[in-house]
Design a protein around this ligand. Structure first.
Ligand code: S3P
Length: 431
């Protein structure tokens, strides 16, 4: 039998890592970045920034980015390949828009099916010239300008990527850009800019609206950046410990940004024994230690209003739900259809294949108690989606004889050390 035990510091946060290299590229001079996540997605962002004339290199235990200032990108002499990374494509489209250069962004098969107009519509409105493929997709050609219009944007889709793209563009727009998001989303960009002493206003109203007001162009002065460990990657091991008898683990250095750890509240509502202890603050983010141990989970209803804060954790929450008593209903998951795979499909397809009692109702997923269910042996289809591969790898620790994963190379997209770290936390014992 296997159980999860021990303590670990996992790799840097993907969201913070993207932002750190992009913002450092727009600072004037040299930024050292510690604990940068060295995954495929982050390497896509780094290689694109290099093609835009930014010198980036790895030193012993940190990365060095030589920023050219806001508006300092050079016209690339090749296409900008985002690989599988939606964050690279969307945020960098915003970052290059306020530079007078021509760029072509491309991506892999999965990314080429993901919508880009949610960002480019805003950029077109302020004067960037954009050519999308089939009105919505990569390859995207963009001709930026250093004379974009300062204006107000209202973001109706809950997406931190759209917000960050517009903030990055605004850093080199002369005058006031006002960005209002109707539903709040993760605020790493704002926190990192505040840490770097970039002056802008940010207001949250009672009805959930957030308004950010920037007055560019800005000069960003470099400062050392340390990246907290990824709370979304931590979620895999936390759920592993919760669903596996005799388990108890501690994860150190985790980013405790409230917009990223909402899944812990959800798990606690399900009966999870999880303890969080804030230890310090780094670059505007609270950091802490999370302990989780085996718990009897029960099903709950997760309302759609929570979805922007749980967006990357639904695959692993589904695994938790598969081991809970009662019914779990996850509501309003339409945004999951726009991720690295259609995650409503990839979650339900695989759980059903294993014989769990799972169904969908529109954009809701309903997962029933596994009691009396005889699981079938199955090969899990990851659909090339890293979070599906890692979620079912965790379930496979409970059902080693039943679950095989068809293709887990995609894990390197966000967490190349996943298997090594999993091995460190797994102990064999005789039942
Ligand atoms: C991210 C935001 C989320 C998330 C993605 C990373 C970010 O996407 O799913 O993995 O770093 O801002 P959306 O903002 O499009 O929901």
């Amino acid at each position: 039998m296997l159980k999860f035990t021990g303590s670990l510091k996992i790799s840097g946060c993907k969201s913070l890592s993207h932002r750190s290299v992009i913002i450092a590229a727009m600072a004037v001079g040299q930024t050292k970045i510690y604990n940068l996540l060295e995954s495929q997605d982050i390497l896509s962002t780094i290689n694109i920034l290099r093609s835009l004339g930014i010198k980036i290199k790895k030193a012993s235990n940190y990365w060095v980015v030589n920023g050219n200032g806001t508006g300092g990108f050079n016209e690339p002499d090749k296409v900008l390949d985002c690989g599988n990374s939606g964050s690279s494509a969307r945020m960098l489209l915003g970052a290059v828009a306020s530079n007078p250069i021509n760029c072509t962004f491309i991506g892999d098969k999965s990314l080429s099916k993901r919508t880009m107009s949610r960002v480019t519509n805003h950029l077109e409105k302020i004067g960037a010239e954009i050519k999308l493929t089939k009105n919505d997709f990569l390859p995207v050609m963009i001709r930026g300008s250093d004379n974009l219009l300062p204006t107000e944007h209202i973001i109706t889709k809950a997406s931190a990527q759209i917000k960050s793209a517009l903030i990055f563009a605004a850093l080199n727009i002369r005058g006031k850009t006002i960005i209002t998001e109707l539903t709040p989303t993760r605020d790493h960009t704002e926190r990192m800019l505040k840490y770097l002493k970039v002056k802008f206003k940010s207001e949250k109203s009672k009805n959930g609206k957030t308004t950010i007001e920037l007055d560019g162009p800005y000069e960003i002065l470099p400062k050392k950046i340390s990246i907290a460990s990824d709370p979304s990657s931590a979620a895999f091991f936390i759920v592993g410990a919760l669903i596996t008898p005799y388990s108890k683990i501690t994860l150190e250095n985790i980013c405790l940004n409230p917009s990223r750890i909402a899944y812990i509240d959800v798990l606690k509502q399900m009966g999870a024994k999880i303890n969080i202890k804030k230890t310090h603050q780094v670059c505007g983010e609270d950091i802490g230690r999370i302990t989780a141990e085996y718990s009897q989970l029960r099903g709950i209803t997760i309302n759609s209003e929570q979805s922007p804060f749980l967006i990357d954790e639904y695959p692993i929450l589904s695994i938790a739900a598969s081991q809970a008593t009662g019914i779990t209903i996850m509501k309003g998951l339409s945004e999951l259809r726009h991720k690295e795979s259609d995650r409503i499909k990839s979650i339900t397809y695989n759980l059903i294949k294993l014989n769990f009692n799972v169904k969908t109702r529109g954009d809701d997923i309903i997962i029933e108690n596994k009691k009396n269910t005889i699981l079938k042996k199955a090969v899990i289809k990851t659909f090339g989606d890293h979070r599906i591969a890692m979620s079912f790898s965790i379930l496979a620790m409970l059902y080693t004889d039943k679950i095989k994963i068809d293709d887990d190379k995609c894990i390197s997209i966000s967490y190349p050390n996943f298997k090594k770290d999993l091995d460190k936390l797994i102990t064999k014992y005789n039942a």
